[in-house]
Design a protein. Structure first.
Length: 230
């Protein structure tokens, strides 16, 4: 992949987005629902992702004040939390046919910002939620072509073997589930509800002289501070 030149890169506007890790109890732990994006999608074609999309109009059962206190403070998005949460519910309905009910079903899990240099950039909140009882997810066959329930370790093993394509932030998010992967969904949700601070993570691209992407660095990793970023 070729990164944009610095001037063009800084002209790309960030869009707010939401994605949801829908979880269900399984033998020996839990599984997370992942959908495969259409090969014709304009963003991450063919990749396995969690249901999600861009934020637009705000809605939801909780007030802006309630959501700002419960989600906005932890993720540092303030009153924008209402729009993020509403988008998370909408995308679960549209991409996999699951109705999570209300914004109270969501707990914030992480906060990622697409690296500078890519043609599309998102400021994304990742939520966790329990799969609603009695509902069977279905792909929309437009943005998503297939879906499956997968244990975190199995997803990472399949990714390493080249059978389960995932982008960087998705891989890191699946890895973040591993400390909780042998327990029930409720234990992970309780952990998420107790999180006090989820500052945005700003990965940076490692580029060669021709601005080809050779890797991605996270804060604290060697060389991170010397790379271009926000």
């Amino acid at each position: 992949m070729h990164a944009l030149d610095p001037t063009a890169a800084r002209a790309v506007a960030l869009r707010d987005a939401s994605t949801t890790l829908v979880l269900r109890d399984a033998a020996g732990g839990f599984e997370v629902l992942m959908v495969k994006r259409s090969p014709h999608a304009s963003f991450m074609p063919g990749a396995h992702v969690f249901p999600g999309g861009a934020v637009d109009a705000a809605a939801g059962s909780e007030s802006t004040v309630e959501l700002a206190a419960r989600i906005g403070r932890v993720t540092r998005v303030g009153p924008r939390a209402r729009a993020y949460a509403a988008a998370a519910l909408r995308e679960c309905r549209e991409e996999c046919g699951l109705d999570l009910g209300s914004t109270r079903a969501l707990q914030p899990w992480s906060h990622w910002v697409t690296p500078l240099g890519l043609p599309k950039r998102f400021d994304t909140l990742f939520f966790v939620a329990r799969a609603p009882a009695g509902q069977v997810p279905q792909p929309d066959h437009a943005e998503t072509t297939t879906l499956e329930w997968v244990a975190p370790r199995a997803a990472l093993e399949a990714h390493r073997a080249g059978r389960f394509p995932m982008e960087f932030a998705t891989v890191q998010t699946v890895r973040s589930l591993l400390p909780h992967a042998d327990g029930p969904v409720q234990a992970l949700l309780d952990h998420a509800a107790a999180l006090a601070d989820l500052p945005p993570l700003h990965p940076r691209l490692r580029l060669d002289a021709a601005r080809q992407v050779r890797g991605i660095a996270l804060p604290g990793e060697p060389g991170y501070e010397a790379l271009d970023g926000d």
